[in-house]
Ligand binder design. Structure first.
Ligand code: HXC
Length: 257
């Protein structure tokens, strides 16, 4: 399928979604968000895909929600139509998603990157939540996800002053998992996604579920969930294969990919 605002491509078992609205630095207008969610959902239900990468351009991952589309909205319609409720689609994708961020990830762009499972950054990446400069505040999880990633003080600094974080600082703060030279970022992200996609899919999905639940559950509930999921992996052929392969000093051949 082809989309207007995203490009899709598959390399091996990795689905790549590239945000593509170059004239507006990938500003996230509603049709772009629909295309992004549709493309990710299609990969999520495609058995030949085991992990995904979401990326943008060298200049911008995404410069935020579309300010021009948003500027005349009113409270009553925001509330009755539940503006931004449809932005959470990414968080219901069950296979892992790597956000490969080059250039600006601002406002909604930073929030979309944080909805992915991890962020790899190009060395020129810039992260920010500059909504305060527009007279508003983050609305797609910025105040919550950024705080759990970088802690209260750095999150307050970004959200209250609008200051941006560069790649090095974002990595040091825990927002970014790894940094690569900008021109290597996509290949390295696809390489990591391919590694994930080579493992047993049910275990990969359980691992993602367990980590994500750590942000929502109490420690006791999270540990309970983790132990039950861990126990459940022993019902898969792939656990038998993975451990037998280790004992026999050979590479595992996972069935459920
Ligand atoms: C609509 C945008 C846009 C945006 C850039 N453009 N960001 N259009 N919404 N968020 C458009 C510009 O209007 C311009 O269009 C074109 O993209 C190129 O941008 P320039 O500003 O000319 O580029 P540059 O001078 O290089 O500056 C880059 C920039 C700047 C620093 C990233 O564009 C910028 O500050 N953008 C806004 C960032 C922001 O405030 N994001 C948060 C949005 S609020 P024309 O037609 O003039 O060429 C938000 C709310 C989240 O995200 C709430 C939940 C979703």
């Amino acid at each position: 399928k082809t989309y207007e605002y995203v490009k899709v491509e598959q390399r091996g078992r990795v689905g790549i979604v590239t945000l593509h609205r170059p004239k507006a630095l990938n500003a996230l207008c509603s049709p772009l968000m629909k295309d992004l969610n549709d493309a990710l959902r299609a990969f999520d239900s495609d058995d030949s895909v085991g992990a995904m990468v979401v990326t943008g351009s060298e200049k911008a991952f995404a410069a935020g929600a579309d300010i021009k589309e948003m500027k005349d909205l009113e409270f009553v319609s925001n509330y009755t139509k539940n503006f931004l409720a449809d932005w959470t689609g990414i968080t219901s994708i069950r296979k892992p998603i790597i956000a490969a961020v080059n250039g600006f990830a601002l406002g909604g762009g930073c929030e979309v990157a944080m909805m992915c499972d991890m962020i790899y950054a190009g060395d020129k990446a810039k992260f920010g939540q500059p909504e305060i400069k527009l007279g508003t505040i983050p609305g797609a999880g910025g105040s919550q996800r950024l705080t759990s990633l970088v802690g209260k003080s750095k999150s307050m600094d970004m959200i209250l002053t609008g200051v941006m974080m560069d790649a090095v600082e974002a990595e040091r703060a825990g927002l970014v998992a790894r940094i690569f030279p900008a021109d290597k970022l996509l290949d390295e992200s696809v390489k990591a996604a391919s590694v994930i996609a080579s493992y047993s899919l049910p275990s990969v999905m359980m691992a993602k579920e367990a980590v994500n639940k750590s942000l929502e559950l109490s420690l006791a509930e999270g540990l309970h969930l983790e132990r039950r999921l861990f126990q459940a992996t022993f019902a898969t052929e792939d656990q038998k294969e993975g451990m037998a392969a280790f004992a026999e000093k050979r590479e595992p051949a996972f069935k459920h990919k």
